[in-house]
Design a protein around this ligand. Structure first.
Ligand code: NDP
Length: 369
């Protein structure tokens, strides 16, 4: 790419700033006023529990409808994101830096003693800014961690839809693009259908809100998970019928394992007596599930997610490694995360965890890892 063209497109225009502001304001208002199931988060170390209103699916449906109608009426171009991808990316990056500096300063100055807002300060500025100081900082009663992950997941779909509109417009719409779009849309919609499961994930319960998480949610998820779409805009791939069928299988099996494992754990945490695959659950020390997917590997949910990630890239064929950025990144991330999670669980559950390791020896992929 010509650097003389690239550099100006990285400077955020006022329009890209308006797009971001509109998006965040919409999400803040919709999140507050739209109805949705209110879920209690995990019990924090001081005994408190946060409440999350899971109305993401409604907020997303309304947003897509508003944008669709605006595009139909000619008020808004559906290509606004696809045409301004780099500008939006750099505007989002600047926002991430600014918001995390504010989080750093307010976190440092906080005298709150609750688990959510208690400051965790190492004294190393870069470390504290990167990993965050507070567990669950809020802005105008909005839980920022839950808000940012929602913004990132919806942003991914909006970028994809704009890419789809662009491929319609320039006549490059292909089977590969359709497959990629369908798989990602199903994954994102499924995420919002099960948004309440997010409240018990590692990010929400264990990570503090710093640059790492804000950048990951707002920039990394929407802009890098859509690389396959951007790539397909400029590259033509011919898929054979068996390749399409195989790709659909990878998606379906990945989905079954991913959703099934996360659901089993979620249900088990709510009621440890609920049958798993029609049988009473195998429980270690009254706390850990060792049957169903959790009896096959200790992080079967990661295996499902990796298969899904692969299914999003397979429509691009194998001529270039670029569309495989997401599955490769996810493999590295989930192996690292699994190690950190195991350390945390070993410390938390002690001999119960050791017994679980004995019963379920595989980490992610049975007989391999
Ligand atoms: P998990 O949902 O696997 O949660 C791990 C926690 O679950 C542990 O800390 C422990 O918490 C509990 N746990 C572990 N084993 C058991 C067991 N056998 N029985 C009962 N509880 C258990 O991890 P994540 O939050 O990392 O991931 C959630 C989903 O999000 C995954 O499907 C993952 O693939 C996906 N993800 C996707 C990413 C992406 O970029 N696409 C990035 C990160 C995650 P406790 O102390 O509460 O018991």
């Amino acid at each position: 790419m010509d650097l003389r063209l690239l550099l100006p497109s990285l400077i955020p225009s006022s329009q890209s700033v308006y797009v971001l502001v509109f998006y965040f304001v919409y999400l803040a208002v919709a999140g507050e006023i739209l109805p949705g199931k209110v879920i209690r988060g995990v019990v924090l170390s001081d005994g408190s529990q946060l409440r999350y209103r899971c109305n993401g699916l409604l907020a997303l449906t309304m947003l897509v409808t508003i944008l669709g109608v605006s595009a139909k009426l000619g008020v808004l171009s559906p290509l606004v994101v696809a045409d301004r991808g780099l500008e939006l990316l750099s505007a989002t990056f600047i926002f991430c830096v600014l918001v995390t500096l504010v989080l750093y300063i307010t976190g440092r100055n906080s005298s709150d003693k609750s688990s959510s807002l208690k400051p965790h300060i190492s004294g190393n500025l870069v470390h504290d800014w990167w990993f965050g100081i507070q567990l669950n900082p809020q802005f105008m009663s909005i839980d920022l961690k839950f808000f940012f992950v929602r913004a990132g997941m919806m942003g991914w779909l909006l970028i994809n839809l704009s890419i789809l509109a662009k491929s319609f417009q320039d006549g490059s719409l292909s089977q590969s693009m359709i497959l990629y779009q369908i798989f990602c849309a199903l994954y994102i919609l499924d995420y919002f259908v099960h948004e309440e499961y997010m409240t018990s994930t590692w990010d929400i319960i264990a990570e503090r809100l710093g640059f790492m998480l804000v950048f990951g949610d707002l920039l990394w998820i929407p802009f890098t998970f859509s690389i396959q779409g951007w790539w397909l805009l400029h590259n033509k791939v011919e898929l054979t019928a068996p390749a399409i069928v195989a790709n659909c299988f990878v998606f379906l099996i990945g989905y079954m394992v991913f959703r099934g494992a996360n659901k089993q754990k979620h249900i088990f945490k709510k009621n440890p007596k609920t049958p798993i695959w029609g049988k009473p659950p195998v429980v270690v020390g009254g706390k850990l599930l060792a049957s169903g997917y959790w009896g096959i590997a200790r992080h079967c949910n990661y295996l499902g997610d990796l298969m899904l990630a692969l299914s999003f890239s397979l429509p691009c064929g194998i001529s270039s490694p670029v569309p495989y950025f997401y599955p490769i990144y996810l493999l590295i991330l989930l192996i690292w995360r699994e190690r950190r999670d195991e350390e945390r669980c070993a410390e938390k559950y002690k001999e119960i965890w050791a017994e679980y390791l004995r019963l379920v020896p595989y980490r992610i992929l049975p007989y391999v890892y």
